[in-house]
Structures are given as C-alpha cells and as structure tokens.
Ligand binder design. Structure first.
Ligand code: DHK
Length: 149
C-alpha cells in the first residue's frame, strides 16, 4: 500500500458551480470521494488537498517528498504561471501526473501553456473529472512496475 497525494489549485473549490460547460457539474467533494474509492480498490490511500494559495501547494509537495509514491496534480491557473510549483515538483522524485479537467490545448492562448508539464511523467486533459481517476491509475501502474508486479 502506498500514499498518493492529489493536489488541486485555485478555484477548484468551486468545481460544479463555476463554468460547468467547461469544468462539468461534479464537485470537488465528488472527485475526492471517487479518488478515495479507486485508490482503495487499487490498494492505495490518498491525501486530497485544494488551495487557492500557491505556498500551500508547495508545502504539500514538500510533505509528499517524505511519504508519497506519487502526486496527481491539477495546478489549475498556477499551471500557466508557477515556476515555484515546477521547482517543488522537480524536487519530488516519484511520478507526477498532471491533470486538467478541460482540454487546455483547445482553449485561449492564456490557458494553453503549462509550466509544470516539463516535470510530469504524464499529462491528462480534456477527460473531465475522470482524468483524476486515470491519473491515479497511472501512479498505481508505476508503483506496481517498481514493485515488479
Ligand atoms: C482548471 C483551471 O482553473 C484553469 O486555470 C486551467 C484547469 C485548466 C482544468 O481544466 O482543470 O487552465
């Protein structure tokens, strides 16, 4: 059994209420519930966090260095701006999977570039909230590969 951090950036606390035509109707609580259930099924556990503050996300990445087998992260708007989150993820060795609910490549110029993809093992976007579950499966797959399963 391993611990997987699932980290969420700014405005994702409004998931389900904010621009549902882009981000869907599932709430962050729904996403957390589904992630926890899948992690259990795969034999893992999650720590699920959201913050509108960049430093809190960085602190959780540092905490993950001590304990986690991987990170699933939707940095939300910090995706496009944060060298600090990129640096923190670069200091985390296990796999990082970057998730976006929307397909950022179909969006306006500001939402297209990711500063954190350079450090991600994988990037999932455009699959709605199901992207989190695909990302969790990705971390679990890496864990199994390392464990020789
Ligand atoms: C969420 C956000 O809040 C945006 O800033 C990103 C991402 C896309 C998402 O699709 O989950 O550009």
């Amino acid at each position: 059994m391993s611990l997987i951090f699932v980290l969420n950036g700014p405005n994702l606390n409004l998931l389900g209420k904010r621009q549902p035509e882009i981000y869907g109707r599932e709430t962050l609580a729904d996403v957390e519930r589904d992630c926890a259930a899948l992690a259990r099924e795969l034999g893992h556990a999650i720590r699920f966090h959201q913050s509108n503050r960049e430093y809190e996300i960085i602190d959780w990445i540092h905490e993950a260095r001590e304990s986690a087998a991987g990170i699933v992260i939707n940095p939300a708007a910090f995706t496009h701006t944060s060298v600090a989150i990129l640096d923190a993820l670069n200091a985390f060795e296990p796999p990082v999977i970057e998730v976006h609910i929307s397909n950022i490549h179909q969006r306006d110029e500001q939402h297209r570039h990711s500063s954190v993809s350079a450090t991600a093992k994988g990037v999932i976007c455009g699959m709605g909230a199901a992207g989190y579950l695909l990302a969790l499966r990705g971390v679990a797959m890496c864990w199994d590969a390392c464990a020789g399963k």
